[in-house]
Design a binder for this molecule. Sequence first.
Ligand SMILES: Cc1cc2nc3c(=O)[nH]c(=O)nc-3n(C[C@H](O)[C@H](O)[C@H](O)COP(=O)(O)OP(=O)(O)OC[C@H]3O[C@@H](n4cnc5c(N)ncnc54)[C@H](O)[C@@H]3O)c2cc1C
Length: 370
Amino acid sequence: MLRETVQRFAQDVVGPKVREMDENEMMDPSIIKGLFEQGLMAIETPGELGGAESSFTAAVIAIEELAKVDPSVSVLCDVHNTLVNTVVRKYGTQEQKEKWLPKLAESSLGSFCLSEPASGSDAFALQTRAKKEGSEWVINGSKMWITNSYEADFFLIFANVDPSKGYRGITCFIATKDMGVKIAKKEQKLGIRASSTCSLNFDDLRVPEENVLGEVGKGYKIAIEILNEGRIGIAAQMLGLAQGAFDKSVPYTYERKQFGQPVGTFQGMQFSIADAAIQIETARLLTYNAARLKDEGKPFTTEAAMAKYWSSVVAQKVAGSAIEWAGGVGFTRETGIEKYWRDSKIGAIYEGTSNIQLQTIAKAVEKRFS
Ligand SMILES: Cc1cc2nc3c(=O)[nH]c(=O)nc-3n(C[C@H](O)[C@H](O)[C@H](O)COP(=O)(O)OP(=O)(O)OC[C@H]3O[C@@H](n4cnc5c(N)ncnc54)[C@H](O)[C@@H]3O)c2cc1C
């Protein structure tokens, strides 16, 4: 039922706006409003706090379905659900949950602020600092590459309260836009152009002490744990993207005739299409399996890394083939096929690059055999 609801929303509401949002590099506010109204921004949040109280797998399905139509809308929903809501739900006090989760379910868009200009893959080298002054924490520093931040009013900020302790000084803070979070620059990107990605500045950003999320000095644990599961969300985004590109291009190959027959019926085309269908299925199985393990409370870190790595490979490959299957038409912006290919590149970069996923998988292999 959820899949059908999201499919309808994606096709009827998002679909007509995809090209315009991509060309304008801007998310239409009505899409964000629609996602909230459809209950897609609080999928795992408990019912009494305004959410759908559904599973992680349900979130994965919503992310996949949105990505079939627009990977930008998909990542907005993904970051809000699998990173922001989950951190508050998992690590927040009862008071924090009651205060923030209903807002995040209703209208307040969230951002997850970890990366900085000098700390990407090496996230714990972050330079943002927080100092206690009376009953407040004062945050100084800057963040880079923050998804949703242009439209967001809720920010999870990772800052170090005691650099002498290394990563054990990293702490997670809740801030809202009106506290003084400043947008420094909105990036112009190759793909997922409607999804905002900004640099943020914090100049003496004052946060009340009750806005520390989890324990002081335990922010690194939050970041690791949350990105491990967040990666399954990105796998779902890339899976949906691959399927979306496939679904858009393949029907054309049975309409377009050359040498007196539909181009899709040439063996060279059939094999390429069959190969892509297999690849999408493998990405789907890896992604759903990782989500299932997570929902069952079983270890899933390696499987999540595999799903994220592989889905991003498949997305790039299938979206590239989808352009070629449609010939010259696939190369034009009008059909929307080329957009999937541009959007696919990000899968190998955010929430841990492909090398970082391979490193995680290699460590698990090493542990088993060494
Ligand atoms: C569109 C977009 C949205 C983003 N959204 C967010 C967000 O919402 N919140 C957030 O906190 N961050 C976000 N990020 C940041 C993202 O997570 C980082 O870009 C990513 O972790 C890579 O960091 P980097 O760009 O600094 O690359 P680098 O870490 O500098 O990596 C450069 C290259 O070196 C390789 N490399 C680095 N270390 C190793 C190693 N140990 N072994 C082998 N190879 C290595 C990488 O694989 C990569 O190929 C976003 C980024 C983008 C582009």
